[in-house]
Every structure is written in structure tokens, then in C-alpha cells.
Design a protein around this ligand. Structure first.
Ligand code: HH2
Length: 266
């Protein structure tokens, strides 16, 4: 899953793809580099970020979707917590709603996804982007996230979203310390217990900056390590900025872990 942030303030690529042509060009480039899904976001969820009004989020993402549906042949995902944005995005031709609140922030979200027969990413967050990094505490981080995901998957099913349209995500960096994030990656296989595809988003995030003491523009190798380990521990989808490099990491890791390369099977 290649990230396309059409925001002025995302933590690593804010402002780069605000222009419609630049956004479309970047999406096409990511597909050429091997992205299987494009994830468009119109609201930064970095720690401390202020919510974006619905009208502004619509203005940022809908024209991009309208352009992309005609030119890319991979599914289009929209990173939003607002059902009105989801509604317009799906009507414009998007296929997946990536909800970082795991269907919590907008009571109408599950119904909108169900009505369109779309797929949904249910991500765990503790708190809101504004307060999530204010001293997050867990008894057992993986158990707590698993309980949340189980509950929200039930919410999705009850709203009429079929099980084969649900993806889960532990929400790396969303109300977690670096220690929590490392533990989640180490114990990622436990999320397979829900028997749903697992998405992981570590790309350029602060857990890498904190371990390697490197700024956001210098986290490529650290991201690569998190991706190899995530796939080894069962991740099905990885959400990244650096598609070209991370696709290579993913394919190589898959070939080892999942016997993913026909050519070398014996
Ligand atoms: N991380 C970010 C945004 N959306 N969605 C899912 N499912 N999983 C994630 O880990 C995830 C996500 C944050 O990264 P980014 O989009 O690069 O930054 P920003 O929120 O500042 O736009």
C-alpha cells in the first residue's frame, strides 16, 4: 500500500502532493514501482494534529480519486475517519476505507462502508491524534489491542460489512510508546488469531527515529527492517512511502518466509 498524503502537514511528506497533477503523478509512479493499493489521505493524523473540517478534507481527496479511478488499475483506499468523506469517496470510485479510529469516531462509518460493499481497515488507536501520545499506558499492549479489534470487527459485521472485506491494523504509533511499538512488531503473529488480513504501517515513523536517532528523511533502512520483520511475523499488507525500495524488501522477505517465488521452488 503506497501512501499519498494530500495534506499540507503530514509528518514526512506534507505539502508535496497538494497539487492535483503532482498527486496523480505520484500515484502513477507508485503503481509503476509495485504498489498494489494507493492510500489517499486528506487529514494528517500525526501526534498533536488538529482535525480538518469535512469540507476541506473533501476538497483535498475527492478530485484526486476522480482522476485516479480512470488511470490506475489498483484498488484505491481513502484514509479518513469521517463517514461523509467515506460516502463521497466511495461514490467517486474508491474501494477501501482506511479508518484510523477503527470505526470509533463516526457512528455512521460502518453503515456507509456496508452500503457500498467496500472494504475497511480497522486500526487501533488509544485516544485521538491530539492526545494519543500523552503517556499511553497498557497492562498488556497486544491483549488490549486484540480486544479492541475483536470488538470493532463485531461492530463492522453487525453493520453488514462481510468478513472478507475486513482488514485489521494494530496502529503503530497511535497511542503507543516506542517500547509498545517494538513489542507489537515482535508479537505481531498474535494478531493472526483473528483470521483476518493484517496491515502494518511503520514507514518513517518515530519508533525508527527513536531507535536509530535519525530524522524523518533518513529512516529508509530502519523502515526496511520493520517491514522484513512484519512480513516474517505475518503481515499481509504494508503501508509505505518508499514504494520502490520497500517492494523489494517485501518480495525478498516473502520469497523466504512464504515460499513466495515459484521460480525457486523445489
Ligand atoms: N499511519 C498513518 C496514517 N494512516 N493508516 C493505517 N491503517 N495504519 C497506519 O499505521 C497509519 C495510517 C500515519 O502516517 P502518515 O500518513 O505518513 O502521516 P500523517 O498522518 O501525518 O499524514
Amino acid at each position: 500500500m503506497g501512501i499519498l498524503n494530500v495534506t499540507p502537514d503530514s509528518f514526512s511528506d506534507g505539502g508535496r502532493y497538494l497539487d492535483l497533477d503532482a498527486a496523480v503523478e505520484r500515484a502513477l509512479e507508485m503503481v509503476a514501482e509495485g504498489a498494489d493499493i494507493i492510500d489517499i489521505g486528506g487529514e494528517s493524523t500525526r501526534p498533536g494534529a488538529e482535525p480538518v473540517p469535512t469540507e476541506e478534507e473533501l476538497r483535498r481527496v475527492i478530485p484526486v480519486i476522480e482522476r485516479l479511478v480512470d488511470v490506475v488499475d489498483v484498488p484505491i483506499s481513502v484514509d479518513t475517519t469521517k463517514s461523509e468523506v467515506a460516502q463521497e469517496a466511495l461514490a467517486a470510485g474508491a474501494h477501501i476505507i482506511n479508518d484510523i479510529s477503527g470505526l470509533q469516531f463516526d457512528a455512521n462509518m460502518a453503515k456507509v462502508v456496508a452500503d457500498f460493499g467496500a472494504a475497511v481497515v480497522i486500526m487501533h488507536i488509544k485516544g485521538t491524534p491530539r492526545n494519543m501520545q500523552d503517556n499511553p499506558v497498557y497492562n498488556d499492549v497486544v491483549d488490549e489491542i486484540l480486544s479492541f479489534l475483536r470488538r470493532q470487527v463485531d461492530t463492522a459485521l453487525a453493520a453488514g460489512i462481510p468478513r472478507d472485506r475486513i482488514i485489521i491494523d494494530p496502529g503503530i504509533g497511535f497511542g503507543k510508546t516506542t517500547g509498545h511499538n517494538l513489542e507489537i512488531l515482535r508479537r505481531l503473529r498474535q494478531f493472526k488469531e483473528l483470521d483476518l488480513p493484517v496491515l502494518v504501517g511503520t514507514s518513517r515513523k518515530s519508533l525508527i527515529g527513536n531507535v536509530l536517532k535519525l530524522p524523518v528523511e533518513d529512516r529508509l533502512e530502519g523502515t526496511a527492517a520493520t517491514i522484513a520483520v512484519s512480513i516474517m511475523n505475518g503481515a499481509d499488507i504494508i503501508r509505505v512511502h518508499d514504494v520502490k525500495a520497500m517492494k523489494r524488501v517485501a518480495v525478498m522477505t516473502d520469497a523466504i518466509v512464504r515460499d513466495g517465488s515459484e521460480e525457486f521452488r523445489r
